[in-house]
Every structure is written in structure tokens, then in C-alpha cells.
Write a protein that binds this ligand. Structure first.
Ligand code: ZN
Length: 298
């Protein structure tokens, strides 16, 4: 296989209040804010990136902030939940920590032999912590589909995942990889198609190793009946987008150049970074963005 998918690159969702989002994902869940930038397609609003200390692909959760926008509706044709790996022996630590921060949760319950804690973020979006020996970062994401078969075929025949477990309406697909983000669950859902707004996942991005392989994807997808966008420069990675058969927006993003492209590893997330083509508008952009303060470590 000349073109590869290496796993989940990032999951992007929509929040309302950027500061509250930062307090939850960084303050409570302990992710690092690895990039403080704007929505390139709507530069008056934040795009916040969280990840591990170096912002490795496979550990990245990102949010567009839509202050004042209404909540969406969870349903099929959406990514329904993002799961993060926690150390296998840390379930009681996380239960205590969530309680301490007033986060009500379900679980721990077992799923495919692992303990899961499930809860909602401040905008109502589903987050899971999975006690696992997998690499730390994103454990998996759950795709909600009214018809599993077509999406399953894309994951297996095209992306190289294998069906590894099945229980009721949930099927787990995995890559032969020890990297974070190498698993995805498909849940066959009877619920109506959701509406994507605050509290919903906007899209899921898959890793490809470099620009050359991305161009191969760009050439291959139309032959399979998909309609990919042209290559978009997201500064920290390059992206193409298309709708999978169930309607979820899929992105294929390159691993390079990565989040240390425009600030040092130790400074990641400390200042508002703009793409070169918006730098000339920095003053106006900074005037409309609310100020953000990193939560105190607790
Ligand atoms: Zn994306």
C-alpha cells in the first residue's frame, strides 16, 4: 500500500465559551493547550488545540469557539464521542478528580475488556476516559451511523482498519499500530441525523505521513466515489476533506509540519498565533477575541 492512514490525527468540536473550554480540557482533564489560534475561515473566533506536551498527532482535540451560538443535537451522521486513554490503574484517581471538579459521570463500566468513565464537557459533548495500556492520547472515537456497512467498508477496504471486536450495535476497528488514535468504534444508531452546533463534534481527521501521500489520497478518493476538497493549508498540517458514506465530515491531515512550526515546544499555546495571511490583521483580530487565561495547575 503506497498511501497510508496512520490513525486519528485530531477531533474537532464546537464549544461556546473558550475560557470555560480551556478550564475543562486543560484544567480538569490535564491536556496541554498546544495552539491558540483563530478559525482560519472565521478569524474573529478562536480555534483552540489541545494535546500531549508536544502536540503529537493522535493526541489532538480542537475546538472552534462559537460564543452565543445555540447547542446542536447529537444524532447519527456524527462523531458521537471522543475517548482518551488513561493509565490502566488510574480509574479511582479520575473518579475522585471528576467529583472534585463537580463533573458527574457514568461508570466505570466495561467495554471490550476495558473500564470506561463517560461524562459531558461544559457544552454537553460526550467525553470518555478509557483505562488502557494503549499509548496515551486519543484512545478512540465513536462514529454514529444509521447504516454501518458503507462506513465499515471505507475504514477497512480503503483506510486499512480491521474489525477487531463487536458487541451489540458497537463494532471496533483498529490499525496494526501502537500509536494513539489507532482505534475507532462504529455504533449503528437509530436516532435521527444530528445537527452540528455547540456541543457537537464537527469532524474527525485521519493522519497521513506526508504531502506526497495526501496527493495520492486526493487522486484515489474520486475513483471510489468521494468528493475531496482541494488541499487546505492549516499551517500545522495540510488537509483535504470529504464526506464519508454516512455523512460525517472526514479530513485527511499530514503529520508534518506540526505545532512547533511557529513557536518553540516550551511556548506552545502561550500566545495567539496567526497564519501568515492573517498576520496583517492581527490588531483587529486581537481586539475582537476575548482574553484567555491558562488555568492554574491543580
Ligand atoms: Zn480538522
Amino acid at each position: 500500500m503506497t498511501k497510508q492512514i496512520l490513525g486519528i490525527h485530531h477531533v474537532t468540536a464546537i464549544c461556546s465559551d473558550a475560557q470555560r473550554n480551556l478550564e475543562f480540557y486543560s484544567g480538569v482533564l490535564g491536556l496541554r493547550l498546544v495552539k491558540r489560534t483563530v478559525n482560519f475561515d472565521d478569524p474573529g473566533s478562536y480555534h483552540l488545540y489541545y494535546g500531549d506536551s508536544a502536540g503529537h498527532p493522535g493526541t489532538i482535540m480542537t475546538f472552534f469557539a462559537w460564543p452565543g451560538a445555540e447547542r446542536g443535537r447529537i444524532g447519527s451522521s456524527q462523531v458521537g464521542a471522543t475517548a482518551f486513554t488513561i493509565p490502566a490503574d488510574s480509574v479511582s484517581y479520575w473518579m475522585a478528580r471528576l467529583r472534585e471538579h463537580g463533573v458527574s459521570f457514568e461508570g466505570p463500566f466495561e467495554r471490550f475488556g476495558e473500564q470506561v468513565l463517560a461524562f459531558s464537557d461544559p457544552d454537553g459533548m460526550a467525553v470518555e476516559l478509557v483505562a488502557s495500556s494503549s499509548a496515551s492520547g486519543i484512545h478512540s472515537a465513536t462514529l454514529l451511523e444509521s447504516n454501518e456497512a458503507a462506513t465499515a467498508a471505507l475504514l477497512t477496504d480503503t483506510f486499512g482498519f480491521k474489525l477487531v471486536q463487536k458487541n451489540g450495535n458497537r463494532s471496533r476497528y483498529a490499525l496494526e499500530s501502537s500509536d494513539p488514535g489507532s482505534m475507532v468504534d462504529v455504533v449503528e444508531s437509530k436516532s435521527p441525523v444530528g445537527r452540528i452546533a455547540v456541543g457537537n463534534i464537527h469532524h474527525i481527521a485521519w493522519r497521513t505521513p506526508n504531502d506526497e501521500q495526501q496527493l495520492e489520497w486526493l487522486r484515489a478518493l474520486p475513483k471510489l466515489g468521494y468528493h475531496p476538497s482541494d488541499v487546505r493549508d492549516r499551517v500545522y498540517f495540510h488537509s483535504i476533506y470529504f464526506r464519508e458514506p454516512g455523512g460525517i465530515l472526514f479530513e485527511i491531515a499530514t503529520d508534518p509540519p506540526g505545532f512547533a512550526f511557529d513557536e518553540s515546544l516550551e511556548d506552545l499555546g502561550s500566545a495567539i498565533k496567526l497564519p501568515p495571511w492573517l498576520e496583517g490583521n492581527r490588531r483587529q483580530i486581537e481586539q475582537v477575541l476575548p482574553s484567555l487565561e491558562l488555568p492554574v495547575k491543580a
